[in-house]
Design a binder for this molecule. Structure first.
Ligand code: KET
Length: 397
């Protein structure tokens, strides 16, 4: 009966986690999945989250269904974080926002919505991008193309090629953008480059879809949202998917949001309704526990301040690891420039290692990274960094 079912070879990122678990070597190092580990190599429970969960457990709360679009305080928190609390679009209530099953769920609901209401649109993602971007949009029925982005020669952006390509797209085409901490390269556009890209989007009447999964890990909460806020300031209608998985360290709770900035409050109401209907058809309503945690952390001044501080601690530890790795490799492999480690931003570094070198790291040293050469810098700590630097130097010889 199921012989025609095709074999699934596994996900290049999540499959790596299984392989890592099975590895019995005690000195193994996980630099695969985009997850933040602390200096002790543990997945942290943020103090702001601990405080809220302690309150919530005493006494345990009933669990009714949440609204299809999530808790009102959660939705408003997404808007304040992404667009700024004083943003004109927020105040004018022209943003439709739903709570979503992580950033992934936001992408899928957004894709379903666009596919239904703008069936002629094609979707373009950066080359390269997070692999699941392609799967999610293809899964919703789209043809997905790629725009030039990463330039291995400069370890920067092929900006002229990128803008030329965008100028050739058709009106209404969707352009998926990473506002900060580009996955997998760690290479971001500068504010001036964002301005230029947004001008093209505006002139060509393209539809920007911004996926922000690492807000706070690049520069800071506001600077990381530069592209989003500039798009809104220009009066563009923009889709924004956001994830709290990383910046609240709540991966398994599936917390994220989808916001659609509309030209008017009336249109935002229509969009909000259709987003709810999309959720109803797919999974009915979002989970409750994570929703309440986000709502409480974000809407309490003291907890919010504590949270931002905790995100910046994570950001700063990653930066320190970047510097250490750069220094260690520069010493071990003279004549080679490793300054890209500190130029790249966010959780990831595109190391430039080829699949054979990545394979050697895994089999010979138990050091796991994604086969495209992406390393999650947040998996490094003072205990394992010399070991990793030695292993990398060895495969680079
Ligand atoms: N967008 C981007 C750019 C992203 O890197 C991730 C996750 C997501 C969305 C999904 O977020 P979530 O809230 O977990 O649904 N990326 C890491 C984990 C994964 O592959 O699922 C990663 O790239 O390792």
């Amino acid at each position: 009966m199921f012989q025609h079912v095709e074999f699934y070879p596994g996900d290049p990122i999540l499959g790596l986690m299984d392989k890592f678990k099975e590895d019995t070597r005690s000195n193994k190092v996980n630099l695969g999945v985009g997850v933040y580990y602390d200096e002790a190599g543990r997945l942290p429970v943020l103090n702001c989250v601990k405080a809220v969960e302690t309150q919530m457990a005493n006494p345990p709360q009933p669990r009714p269904y949440l609204p299809m679009d999530g808790l009102p305080g959660y939705r408003l928190a997404c808007q304040h974080l992404l667009f700024g609390a004083d943003n004109e679009a927020v105040k004018a209530q022209r943003i439709a926002t739903i709570a979503s099953l992580g950033g992934s769920g936001a992408l899928r609901v957004g894709a379903e919505f666009i596919r239904h209401w703008f069936p002629k649109a094609k979707v373009y993602v950066s080359n390269p991008t997070w692999g699941n971007h392609i799967s999610i949009f293809e899964g919703a029925g789209f043809e997905v193309g790629k725009y030039p982005y990463y330039d291995p020669a400069t370890i920067g952006v092929k900006f002229a090629e990128m803008t030329d390509f965008l100028k050739g797209l058709n009106e209404g085409d969707v352009v998926l953008l990473h506002p900060c901490c580009h996955n997998p390269t760690g290479v971001d556009l500068s504010p001036a480059q964002w301005d230029e890209v947004l001008t093209i989007i505006q002139d060509k009447k393209l539809m920007p879809f911004m996926d922000i999964a690492y807000q706070g890990f690049g520069e800071d909460m506001d600077a990381d949202a530069y592209a989003i806020r500039q798009a809104v300031a220009r009066g563009l209608s923009v889709f924004v998917s956001n994830s709290f998985s990383k910046n609240l360290s709540m991966y398994g709770e599936r917390v994220g949001g989808l916001s659609v900035v509309c030209p008017s409050a009336e249109e935002a109401k229509l969009v909000q309704g259709q987003l709810k209907f999309t959720v109803r058809k797919l999974y009915s309503s979002p989970p409750s526990h994570g929703g309440h945690v986000v709502d409480r952390v974000m809407n309490d001044d003291a907890l919010f301040t504590q949270w931002v501080g905790e995100v910046y601690e994570m950001r700063d530890r990653i930066r320190a690891m970047r510097q250490k790795l750069q220094d260690a490799l520069s010493a071990k492999v003279p004549g080679r420039d490793f300054s890209y480690f500190t130029k790249q931003r966010g959780m990831f570094s595109f190391t430039g290692l080829n699949p054979a070198q990545v394979e050697r790291l895994q089999t010979e040293f138990g050091v796991y990274m994604v086969n495209n050469g992406r390393m999650c810098v947040a998996g490094l700590n003072n205990q394992n960094i010399d070991y990793v630097a030695n292993a990398m130097a060895e495969v680079l010889k």
